[in-house]
Design a protein around this ligand. Structure first.
Ligand SMILES: Cc1cc2nc3c(=O)[nH]c(=O)nc-3n(C[C@H](O)[C@H](O)[C@H](O)COP(=O)(O)OP(=O)(O)OC[C@H]3O[C@@H](n4cnc5c(N)ncnc54)[C@H](O)[C@@H]3O)c2cc1C
Length: 280
């Protein structure tokens, strides 16, 4: 099918984009890479009357990587900065869809779309990203816990543009791991896990355990994080973290996988991601 007729606007400044969003309200939609919105329009699941193109940049400042609204997935396939975050981003980016989609789709568009199986949504949750959103009324910064409200649902208002994502540049003490299971390379994840561990004197001093794909939105697993802290990250504690994560979630169930299968995948993904971080 083809989309219903719509108007297209290409604003040249943020003010212009926000004015268009304010003017068009619920009838307007931000267009980023179009890799989720355009298929939805073709199926007529989305019928916006106007498309308003988003804006672009990528830079490091004040210990944060600042990702502008139009930074594409493919930009993260090669390291965009040094250190642990610089290693983690390409590791994650390669799991997103296929090259033509990665060249068009954007980091911010993934977050605004809030697919439960989005790798960037998981990363934003695990790292505790700052999500900067703007309207003509002003700018606000949301944490991932306030931003992700459920599958394909965020706290963004219809006239609000997600202008910037800020990820902490993890310093030298941090190590990271990422593991994903999908049926074929490039498919959406059935389960995935991102891990960040801060190591001090050979022991885990701080742990971030994030789960995606298996539940309606990305989530941190506090029980697994608490179990890891203080340990040396050996095989017993990796297994225990996996078990705790699999018990903590309320898994999705669909034609792709049963809830019990997803629960078991989460167990395995946590164990693998912790191993990757500890053995790095
Ligand atoms: C075959 C296929 C496989 C895919 N596999 C994966 C995968 O494995 N992992 C994955 O994460 N994704 C996958 N995707 C989705 C892809 O990554 C999209 O790029 C992403 O979900 C949306 O980004 P986009 O830039 O294309 O956004 P668009 O499609 O342009 O927009 C998506 C939604 O977000 C809104 N939006 C976009 N940008 C903003 C903004 N800055 N502020 C406010 N609202 C905004 C739009 O209005 C729209 O509602 C796949 C897509 C396809 C077609």
């Amino acid at each position: 099918m083809k989309p219903v007729a719509f108007q297209y606007f290409a604003p040249r400044t943020l003010d212009e984009a926000l004015a268009l969003l304010a003017e068009h309200g619920e009838e307007g939609k931000v267009l980023a890479g179009g890799q989720s919105l355009v298929p939805a329009m073709n199926f007529r699941l989305a019928r916006p009357a106007s498309l308003i193109a988003a804006l672009d940049y990528l830079r490091e400042a004040d210990g944060m990587l600042r990702i502008g609204a139009l930074a594409r997935h493919a930009q993260f396939e090669a390291p965009v900065l040094s250190g642990t975050l610089g290693v983690l981003l390409p590791r994650v980016a390669r799991h997103i869809a296929h090259l033509p989609i990665r060249v068009r789709g954007t980091f911010a568009g993934s977050l605004a779309h809030a697919d439960p199986a989005s790798e960037w949504c998981l990363l934003a949750m695990t790292l505790g990203a700052d999500l900067v959103a703007a309207t003509q009324r002003g700018t606000r910064t949301l944490g991932p816990g306030e931003f992700f409200l459920g599958a394909l649902t965020t706290a963004l208002a219809p006239d609000e543009l997600l202008t910037e994502i800020r990820l902490p540049v993890l310093d030298e003490g941090w190590r990271s791991g990422f593991a994903e299971f999908s049926r074929r390379a490039g498919d959406y994840a059935l389960a995935m896990c991102a891990i960040c561990l801060r190591i001090e004197d050979g022991r885990i001093a701080e742990a971030r355990v994030g789960i995606g794909g298996a539940t309606d939105r990305p989530q941190r697993i506090a029980t697994a994080e608490q179990a890891l802290v203080g340990s040396a990250g050996g095989s017993d504690i990796r297994r225990e973290a996996g078990r705790l994560a699999s018990e903590a979630i309320d898994p999705l169930e669909d034609v792709q996988a049963s809830a019990e299968y997803r629960r078991d995948l989460v167990r395995a993904m946590v164990e693998r991601a912790v191993a990757q971080a500890c053995d790095a």
